[in-house]
Design a protein around this ligand. Structure first.
Ligand code: NIG
Ligand code: FE
Length: 407
């Protein structure tokens, strides 16, 4: 048995529990001074203060802040190429949808992703995972959605499976064949929707990798009706619904999230009051992506109203080559305070326990307490306020994944 002790923790800050925290509970976290954490074989077995027990290896946190490893619950990790050429178009005033409708956007990344081999995509995404982990992320979600053809969607999911074997990051795979109607189906979108429902989803099930099915429910991508069909088809094959909703226009995506029993609804930048009420009734986790708002120059989701309405709020990067080329969840933490006006305590819950709940892992990760996986971050920071307040530098000192220090 391998025992790792982290001792001399100045402040241990963590939410507690095995499910999402909402309303006033989102901001109720445990703050333990002069603490230690003992892990055995990668699992947390004791958290305490005062004299620390013996262990095989000891890390001295030197009075720093320790939190759970961060969870990035929404990434489009698997894609070929980048889209830096779109920056100039943006600067000249083109909108996200104008760029997309002009042949850029998701379609151009789809072309690059189709050309890339499984091995090339695996190597590229592994680098992104390294960077993500350097920012303190120990668990993430990863979506397909730049293949948009059965072969290439399955290839992207296989890449996620390859990464799970090769990389210390825990990765939760999501199938997102309904990210865009690809160019070759533009004249017959119904045929693409049938392809997703009748061919892709059964094959994704047979492949046995994806756990969730996500849809970009938005004007110019998939209507509410189409999204409903796709999410229900996924559900029949055991894929739990997630939904990109109310990112640009509120066409009813958050209400659909309630109707189909989605685990989470994502973006929600323009979520209307009736959408917030739907999320609350349905117990849907709001997975908010403030770095995308920042990058698109868009508004920010009504996070405070969501907390007040009893919607559990998670936050993630939305890492992708178009609307958010950012892997830094610490920046998302800054924006959570500055733009959503969430408190540091609410923000911590949003990027740990609630994010874990949004990808079905709240029983394993997202908090520092006995029984949870030994995933922690030791920060170059004396307290939680400090990591919410400092900007632009990574404040991670040490990442511990399953009881092992990550180099
Ligand atoms: O979450 N909204 C849909 N998909 C991504 C953007 C993808 C892209 O532009 O490549 C998002 O913002
Ligand atoms: Fe997204």
């Amino acid at each position: 048995m391998e025992r790792l002790l982290i001792t001399n923790i100045g402040i241990l800050a963590t939410p507690l529990g095995t499910g999402p925290r909402k309303g006033p509970d989102q901001g109720k976290i445990k703050l333990l001074k002069d603490a230690w954490v003992l892990m055995e074989d990668g699992v947390i077995v004791h958290v305490g203060t005062g004299p620390a027990p013996a262990a095989d290896s000891v890390i001295d946190a030197q009075g720093s802040l320790v939190t759970p490893g961060l969870v990035d619950a929404h990434t489009h990790l698997i894609f070929g190429g980048w889209r830096q050429n779109e920056l100039g178009l943006k600067l000249r005033g083109k909108t996200y949808l104008e760029i997309q409708n002009g042949g850029g956007g998701i379609q151009s990344t789809t072309n690059a992703t189709r050309q890339a081999t499984e091995e090339e995509l695996t190597r590229k995404a592994a680098q992104a995972l390294d960077e993500m982990m350097s920012f303190g992320v120990t668990t993430c979600e990863a979506k397909s959605g730049y293949g948009l053809a059965t072969e290439h969607e399955l290839k992207a999911l296989q890449v996620i499976e390859n990464l799970s074997r090769r990389h210390p990051m825990d990765i939760v795979p999501t199938f997102m064949g309904a990210h865009l109607v690809p160019a070759e189906y533009k004249q017959d979108r119904e045929a693409y929707i049938r392809l997703v429902c009748e061919e892709m989803i059964p094959k994704v099930k047979e492949q046995g990798i994806a756990r969730y099915c996500d849809v970009f429910c938005e004007a110019d991508t998939f209507t509410v009706e189409e999204s409903r069909r796709i999410l229900e088809a996924g559900r029949q094959y055991g894929l739990i619904p997630k939904i990109h909703a109310d990112e640009i226009e509120a066409i009813g995506g958050s209400q659909l999230a309630e109707e189909v029993g989605a685990i989470s609804a994502e973006h929600l930048i323009v979520c209307p009051p009736e959408g917030i009420a739907s999320l609350a009734r349905g117990g849907v986790i709001a997975c908010l992506l403030p770095a995308t708002s920042f990058y698109l120059g868009a508004g920010f989701a009504p996070a405070r109203d969501m907390v007040s309405a009893g919607v559990p709020v998670a936050m993630a990067t939305d890492f992708n080559p178009g609307s958010c080329p950012c892997l830094n969840l610490q920046f998302v933490i800054n924006l959570g305070c500055l733009k959503y006006k969430l408190t540091p305590e609410e923000v911590l819950t949003a990027v740990t326990l609630n994010a874990a709940a949004a990808i079905g892992l709240a029983d394993k990760v997202g908090s520092v307490e006995p029984g949870k996986q030994g995933d922690l971050v030791i920060w170059k920071a004396p307290d939680l306020d400090y990591i919410c307040y400092r900007m632009g530098s990574s404040l991670v000192k040490t990442v511990v994944k399953k009881g092992v220090v990550v180099d």
